[in-house]
Design a protein. Structure first.
Length: 397
């Protein structure tokens, strides 16, 4: 089959959860024997110099189109007045539409997958110019994320504005799906949102696949004792809120029991407030070139999220690397993980600190959780299995 993937940013190499989900989609379809073509936006926020990739040996043909997604107060005001989602309008461009038109006029495809709700702008033109079935694949429910952000906002005017943005996104998400021939989500919870919205197109829940054998090379790396870590894209507000909460509310409680514990934070686009923060045992590494080496050298992953949807791919990877994890219920939503079996779940500062301290002080518990996590990841998130599910879904649309 010839499959065209529409990405809202360049995902090669993958350096965060979102780009990893895109990368694994392309890689998995390719390894199943299908011809993959990538049409990707090159947004100013995550801009990639085309010269840096022109000599790389890639397993797909690609088109990379620059688009200005910088925030503008004037454009935000215009979108508010027109009652349009400002999050969404930043990803539409006539130049993008022009280049997609040229691609579809010169090449034929059997299936087109628009990956992310922001690429649903281009579904109507894809259906008009191609005989291919067009599927929308969503990493999360964007309006639910922003509803969660609004709840945490203390400034009342900002909270009202963010609620409006969330409502506009909800309308945009429903409209985008109505144009598609099929819908793929990464979690059951996200699919339930669209089922409740009476979306009747063919649907599939398919988790992001990972190659556990590739990650196994890191299993014998020397580990820092009593090390706790968090790694995520830090240009996403819920992640910043999560770490601020952990450091202010949880970390002091952990140090009371384990004064020699260390907390290492990493991620791209780290905010200055976290880089400059001073706390006992705390080190901020910012962006790290090898995220898997960073993870492998440490013991316990923390994921203290209170907003968001979709699935946390970093959790799946950490499980595949035999790491014990402490996370909030929200962070593991949609993964079907069992508390005290695959990880420890805690939703308040005392419970979270207690869970981390248990893992630090009880080697038997740590090994029990880590081994169960590895087994679960290997059996539920295999790349080839998940890719074949997508292929069968496409064939049956």
């Amino acid at each position: 089959m010839k499959i065209l993937l529409l990405f809202n940013r360049w995902a090669f190499p993958a350096n965060d959860g979102g780009s990893l989900a895109m990368y694994q989609l392309a890689k998995g379809l390719h390894e199943c024997g299908h011809t993959v073509t990538v049409f990707s936006l090159n947004p100013s926020r995550n801009y990639v110099d085309p010269k840096s990739i022109q000599d790389k040996k890639l397993f797909f043909d690609y088109t990379l189109v620059p688009i200005n997604t910088d925030l503008s107060y004037i454009d935000a005001l215009k979108a508010l007045i027109k009652n349009k989602s400002y999050h969404a309008v930043r990803f539409y461009s006539r130049e993008v539409e022009k280049q997609l038109t040229e691609l579809l006029q010169n090449k034929t495809f059997d299936y087109i997958i628009a990956d992310s709700i922001y690429m649903s702008w281009y579904i109507p033109i894809a259906k008009r110019l191609s005989q291919a079935k067009v599927v929308l694949r969503l990493h999360n429910v964007e309006n639910e994320i922003w509803t969660g952000v609004a709840k945490d906002e203390t400034n009342i005017l900002k909270r009202i504005y963010i609620k409006i943005l969330a409502s506009q996104l909800k309308t945009f998400e429903k409209a985008g799906i109505e144009h598609a021939d099929g819908l793929i989500t990464l979690s059951e919870n996200d699919m339930r949102f669209f089922e409740h919205s009476m979306i009747n197109c063919p649907r599939l829940v398919s988790h992001t696949g990972i190659n556990t054998e590739e990650l196994s090379i890191y299993n014998n790396i020397a580990i820092k004792p009593k090390s706790i870590f968090h790694i995520a894209a830090m240009d996403w507000k819920p992640n910043v809120h999560a770490i601020n909460w952990f450091i202010s509310q949880v970390w002091p409680k952990i140090l009371l029991t384990n004064p020699d514990a260390i907390l290492d934070i990493a991620g791209k686009k780290m905010p200055a407030e976290l880089i400059e923060l001073k706390s006992k045992g705390y080190t901020n590494f910012g962006f790290v070139d090898n995220q898997y080496l960073f993870m492998s050298e440490r013991i316990i992953m923390i994921v203290p999220l209170f907003a968001g949807s979709g699935i946390r791919i970093k959790i799946i990877e950490a499980m595949a690397m035999k790491k014990a994890i402490v996370a909030t219920s929200k962070a593991v939503q949609g993964l079907d993980l069992i508390n005290n079996t695959h990880l420890l779940i805690a939703d308040d500062s005392k419970s979270f600190a207690d869970a981390v301290n248990k893992l630090l002080n009880d080697e038997g518990l740590y090994q029990h959780i880590a081994n169960n996590a590895y087994t679960f990841a290997k059996s539920h998130f295999d790349l080839k299995t998940n890719s074949n599910k997508i292929v069968e879904f496409l064939k049956n649309i």
